[in-house]
Design a protein around this ligand. Structure first.
Ligand code: C5P
Length: 230
């Protein structure tokens, strides 16, 4: 079976408040998305990386990585899940029945090769979808609608989901379509698989695999990238 990768990069990055979507901001010697794509392209088992872009994207074509023979661009959708589903639809005819897909945020530039290969090996060995995730370090509170604490949640069973998230391609494609039709809220690929009764393994990843969300995250990501290269 082949391994495909999908990179949703069709977000506006509205929480960030920059003129340019956060995946295209400079991070050291390259744009955020170039780091994310190079992390995937460095894995020889990944045959093709499909990037989902906004219809009016004017940045991606300017990047050298857009001309990489293993990279394809397609138009994304209104929500992240729509972007992933459209990317999967674009490869459905080329994909084999037992192919796998790894979905990775354009905005996660600090993915290490060792985390990526461990995720792939665990999913293939268990024949089960899986996600990189981090244990919760903060104490977590449940609150009511008046923002008063109701209780402290047992954090030993809580994980922060990262990407990549790896699933049998056909399973993820049908789970996303199913959730869209039923109106289920899908914030990551695993939530679509969970909502349709599938299994998701947790593979502990590095705390360096952050998602660029706020401006300060860029400096932190640059620090982590230098650590990864050292
Ligand atoms: O906004 P958030 O940080 O959750 O976005 C995660 C990833 O999903 C980003 O890489 C973003 O570009 C992508 N996305 C997308 N299509 C959308 C919304 C977000 O591909 N409609």
């Amino acid at each position: 079976p082949r391994l495909w990768a999908v990179v949703p990069a069709a977000g506006k990055g509205s929480r960030f408040g920059a003129d340019c979507p956060k995946q295209y901001l400079d991070l050291g010697n390259a744009a955020v998305i170039e780091h994310s794509l190079h992390a995937l392209l460095a894995e020889p088992r990944i045959a093709t990386v499909v990037v989902a872009l906004r219809g009016d994207d004017s940045h991606f074509q300017q990047l050298a990585v857009s001309r990489n023979s293993r990279v394809r661009a397609v138009q994304g959708g209104a929500e992240r899940a729509d972007s992933v589903e459209l990317a999967l639809a674009s490869i459905a005819q080329d994909a084999g029945e037992r192919d796998w897909v790894l979905v990775h945020d354009a905005a996660r530039p600090c993915l290490s090769g060792s985390d990526l290969s461990r995720l792939i090996e665990e999913c293939l060995a268990r024949d089960c979808g899986g996600i990189l995730a981090q244990p919760m370090v903060d104490t977590v509170k449940r609150a009511n609608d008046r923002q008063q604490v109701v209780e402290t949640v047992d954090r030993t069973v809580l994980w922060r989901a990262q990407t990549p998230q790896m699933f049998p391609l056909a399973d993820l494609f049908s789970a996303l379509a199913d959730c869209r039709k039923r109106g289920v809220l899908v914030t990551d690929e695993a939530s679509a698989i969970e909502a349709t009764g599938g299994h998701v393994a947790i593979i502990q990843g590095s705390h360096r695999n952050i998602k660029i969300t706020h401006r300060e995250d860029l400096a932190l990501a640059e620090f982590f990238l230098n650590e990864l290269r050292a």
